[in-house]
Design a protein around this ligand. Structure first.
Ligand SMILES: [Cu+2]
Length: 249
């Protein structure tokens, strides 16, 4: 009883702290549970786990934090989601509350051939999709980050496509939300999932599409070190998402 009560109180505390992350994935009709940061150690090394471990939904505040790659502690998952090149993957969030800033989906190959032992430190990541300011101004306009949230407790879905010509193999897919509602204090919310890409493709992105994480962001970038409440910034109707262009495959 006390345990149940404690977990309810804990859940409410997390809701009121107004943070979150990708907690599930869907591919076609199949739903894959991710890591529950408040779900306890029983999930560790679970044979069904597809998502890298994260233990708090509090964001990362430093552009050079090593945990920017796959959150903290980022321990590898035990299995992966099978997916065809050209197929969609949805990341599922619940009650996402922030409204300003870009969302970027990245991939990197597990170059050792096995994501269960792959360390993403120094890895080359490429973008497979990014969503930013859809219309209006930076301060008050419609960002995808605002639009994708249902605001009613039903799942918030963020859908992206695995590039159709991508070479098959094991990859990490990294979903990243950057929230910019605190002046000059960006917040990063990254989560990584293991996937096994199938198909007949043979393409890999060229150098101009690659970036390191951390490394791709820094506080001298005006899109990152940004005060959206400064009218000279907040009234703009364009926002350039930092980093390399999206690789279409
Ligand atoms: Cu938050």
């Amino acid at each position: 009883m006390w345990q149940v009560l404690a977990s309810i109180v804990g859940y409410l505390a997390h809701l009121s702290s107004a943070h979150g992350g990708a907690v599930n994935y869907t591919v076609g009709d199949v739903w894959y549970p991710g890591y529950d940061p408040y779900g306890g150690d029983a999930q560790d090394n679970a044979p069904w786990m597809v998502q890298r471990k994260w233990i708090t939904n509090v964001p990362i505040f430093e552009a050079d934090n090593i945990s920017l790659a796959c959150n903290a502690p980022g321990n590898p998952a035990q299995t992966s989601i099978p997916i065809n090149a050209g197929e969609d993957i949805s990341a599922v969030y619940y009650a996402w509350v922030h409204t300003v800033g870009p969302m970027i989906a990245w991939m990197t190959p597990c170059t050792n051939g096995d994501c269960r032992t792959f360390d993403p430190k120094g890895a080359d990541w490429f973008k497979i999709g990014q969503r930013g300011l859809l219309e209006g101004t930076i301060l008050e306009g419609m960002w995808f980050q605002k639009q994708f949230s249902t605001w009613d407790g039903t799942p918030d879905l963020w859908n992206e496509t695995i590039p159709k010509t991508l070479k098959p193999g094991p990859y990490l897919v990294r979903h990243e939300i950057i929230s910019l509602h605190s002046a000059n204090k960006p917040q990063w919310y990254p989560e990584c999932v293991h996937v096994e890409v199938k198909g007949n493709g043979s393409s890999v992105p060229g150098k101009e599409f690659l970036a390191k994480i951390p490394g791709v962001y820094n506080m001298s970038q005006p899109e990152i070190n940004i005060d959206v409440y400064d009218p000279a910034v907040g009234n703009k109707t364009t926002y350039n998402i930092p980093g390399p262009p999206v690789w279409q495959g």
